[in-house]
Design a binder for this molecule. Structure first.
Ligand code: FE2
Length: 290
């Protein structure tokens, strides 16, 4: 029988500004905070102290933006070493990145999909090994959304599973991205999930999107999670278990209270899918600072 420890951990992304102030003031019932290391690595002074105060309350997850693991430019080894220092200092539960590359200027953080080719698999696998060697840990890479797949020699699923296998790395499964890609590229998202290797899925993202037409969705992270994605999330917990889950919201960020309602829904979808009793003892309400 499942126990309390089988319950899913749920977090949100920490951003400087009003969201950070709301989290500091209300100490919401979150299981972790996710940050992009690039945005916090060079901080000092008061912001660093605020960051560290939050880390005394919440476990840290890192989700990087600029590793460019699939990119054509040489790996930025100075960046990887700086990242290692940051990881050693703050001991995140997970460091994850995108299975993509940054276009022209890495600092724009414009994430581009990698072409689904055998040459790209070899290239990415070699770079993942190089990064894992420096960091001394496995990488956890995220399936990204894509809108065209020029010169593809394989489909998205084969590309992803080849890389996981050959690089011996883990997967950050973005459930919204699976749904968005399944609509835009006409495949069955549940069949896609059912083919992924269970043991590689370490972390989940769930987000909102913008539906422009019946067969065209844009992955915006700027809206509440849509109904078909909730359904797919339930299926995901059924297959992969209580994998830690981030509610991803990057644009049009609502007040924290609204995000907490979605956090509550993630917990309830997970509990239902995992056959756990509803929670009475741990309402995700905000508690005022003592
Ligand atoms: Fe994501």
């Amino acid at each position: 029988m499942n126990t309390q420890s089988d319950r899913v951990s749920v977090g949100i992304g920490l951003r400087r500004g009003s969201l950070m102030r709301e989290i500091e003031a209300t100490q919401p019932e979150l299981d972790f905070l996710e940050v992009a290391p690039e945005n916090w690595m060079r901080l000092g002074g008061a912001v660093k102290r605020q960051f560290e105060a939050l880390l005394s309350r919440y476990p840290l997850y890192l989700h990087g933006l600029s590793l460019s693991v699939g990119g054509p430019a040489p790996l930025d080894r100075d960046f990887v070493h700086a990242l290692k220092k940051f990881i050693n200092q703050y001991q995140p539960v997970i460091y994850s990145e995108h299975l993509s590359f940054c276009s022209d200027n890495a600092h724009l953080y414009d994430l581009m999909p990698i072409p689904f080719t055998r040459a790209a698999v070899r290239h990415v696998v070699e770079r993942i090994h190089a990064v894992q060697d420096v960091l001394g840990q496995r990488l956890t890479l995220e399936n990204v959304s894509y809108y065209t797949a020029p010169d593809a020699e394989m489909n998205e699923l084969d590309f992803l599973t080849e890389i996981l296998q050959q690089a011996d790395c883990d997967l950050l499964l973005d459930v919204n991205n699976v749904y968005v890609n399944s609509v835009n590229h006409h495949y069955d998202p549940k069949a896609f999930l059912d083919t992924l290797p269970v043991e590689r899925v370490r972390y989940l993202h769930v987000a909102g999107h913008l539906q422009l037409a019946s067969d065209l969705i844009v992955d915006t992270h700027g809206a509440a999670v849509a109904d078909p994605v909730w359904d797919l999330l339930a299926h995901t917990y059924g297959r992969f278990g209580a994998v830690p889950t981030l509610l991803e919201r990057d644009f049009d960020i609502p007040p924290l209270a609204d995000l907490m309602l979605e956090i509550k829904k993630i917990r309830s979808v997970a509990d239902d899918a995992l056959g756990l009793a509803p929670r009475n003892d741990r309402e995700p309400v905000m508690v005022a600072n003592a």
